[in-house]
Design a protein around this ligand. Structure first.
Ligand SMILES: [Zn+2]
Ligand SMILES: [Zn+2]
Ligand SMILES: [Zn+2]
Ligand SMILES: [Zn+2]
Length: 212
């Protein structure tokens, strides 16, 4: 088969009856399957099958061999069908000039940069990932700022929930809620007896006084 410069990752699903290929993106593995193209030689075999069915015996053995060994005509048709299939799916793929990978346009191609997303990551996607990381880092700092030896897993979870314990507004790190100014530390003390109590406690578990 002639060498066609394209996705090396593909599946040849061709049979005696026809040709079909599925090409995969080098980066995400998304597959593009070409429509089934019936083989003319395949149809010929089918005619022969019917004939052998009627005649039985010797002819049957002949077609069995024909099923396994592709004819030269089949091979030629197969090559042509492959070239056609490549032309058909090519618009869905781009070759990255930097890493030479063939990637799908839909998910793995950065149109603005003219590079694959491996070489030129999506800025918006990277930004939100970095923001999420920063938010976790912020929460971690808050948890550490509270007396580190007293930070329990629960207290940490409380902070990492990233909502204000008082008003429920979303918060992104920091020591105080931007909405209501409530402290965002993982600790709270009873207004009456001064014992440490859970942040969301409505009543002090020690003295029973209602908390604000
Ligand atoms: Zn892809
Ligand atoms: Zn690339
Ligand atoms: Zn608040
Ligand atoms: Zn109390």
């Amino acid at each position: 088969m002639e060498m066609i410069q394209f996705v090396h990752n593909y599946n040849d699903e061709s049979t005696d009856r026809g040709f079909q290929f599925e090409f995969y993106c080098d980066r995400c593995g998304t597959g593009y399957r070409t429509p089934f193209k019936p083989s003319v030689t395949g149809i010929a075999t089918e005619v022969l099958d019917t004939a052998s069915g009627l005649l039985g015996g010797l002819l049957g053995t002949v077609t069995e061999v024909g099923d396994r060994v592709h004819s030269a005509a089949w091979e030629r048709a197969h090559d042509a069908a492959f070239a056609e299939a490549v032309e058909r799916v090519k618009p869905h793929f781009r070759q990255c000039p930097r890493c030479t990978q063939w990637v799908c346009v839909e998910r793995c191609w950065n149109q603005t940069r003219g590079l694959c997303k491996e070489c030129a990551p999506d800025v918006a996607v990277e930004m939100s990932a970095m923001q999420a990381e920063a938010a976790i880092e912020g929460a971690r700092e808050v948890a550490h700022a509270a007396k580190s030896e007293e930070v329990t897993a629960e207290a940490f979870d409380e902070v990492i929930r990233a909502v204000c314990p008082k008003c429920g507004a979303p918060v992104s790190g920091g020591k105080f809620c931007a909405e209501c100014g409530a402290p965002l530390t993982a600790e709270k003390f009873c207004a009456e007896c001064g014992k440490k109590i859970p942040v969301r406690a409505k009543f002090c578990p020690e003295c029973g006084v209602r908390q604000v």
